[in-house]
Design a protein around this ligand. Sequence first.
Ligand code: PAF
Length: 281
Amino acid sequence: MELFKTISELRQALNADKHNGLTIGFVPTMGALHQGHLSLVNRAGSENDRVVVSIFVNPTQFNDPNDLRNYPRRLDSDLALLADSPCDYVFAPAVEEIYPEPDNRKFDFGALELVMEGQFRPGHFNGVAQVVSKLFDVVKPDKAYFGLKDFQQYSIIKNMCSMLNLPIGIVACDIVREADGLAMSSRNMLLTPEHRTIAPLIYKSLQIALEEAGHFTPEEVKKHVKDRINLSGLLRVEYFEIVDELTLEAVSSWDQKGSKVGCIAVFAGKVRLIDNIIFAK
Ligand code: PAF
């Protein structure tokens, strides 16, 4: 495994690989890696000749400066974890390498960015699109791998690729969970012991929502989920929406066509956690 800090070094290695006809799988991350990231790296390894993992805490996607400051950074342990994985190249650039000058591009994702994360984290998806489009331009992967915990991000990235005509296969990977159901996240390591103990209530409530679907209206199911979590006194739901899987428009009846996904954001103290569950068609 090789570590690159500059775009030119990484490009040089990748150009040689592409010249030799090798396929490239790419896993963009912000580091503080866990088993969820490793599942993406393993999948990329099983489907490509070369695997690139980027580790870059992207400032433009943080709408809250405290969140950016507190975001965990641990390159050494990330590299140790990746050493036992199919990762070939780690790209860990400095901010100035990615943004030699301010990126003033404005993406328009229409309705996809007006709800949920887009609504509560203004500018977040513009920052994600800025950095992912730059990373895609550097790596030019055949396939890129994204975890479905960030369901809306996955929709936005697919939309961005079709908007920019990028010939990259966007691969959605299942959420990886702790034994108690909590979705794996780099933010979990910031939880206090008390919040860590209660946090599995988020996924438990989503599972109950799945059982309730069909017996209650989407509006009622949403209320039950929020009440159940808020009642804990330690967790606070920011939003829970049941939306169409493709358009992300709110669903008002279970009879509407297509798969539906229930997406949630919850504050556990100062730590913001997201999760989701797919309601089958
Ligand atoms: O999902 C993430 O970790 C980030 O949003 C990403 C895709 C690496 C862009 O910074």
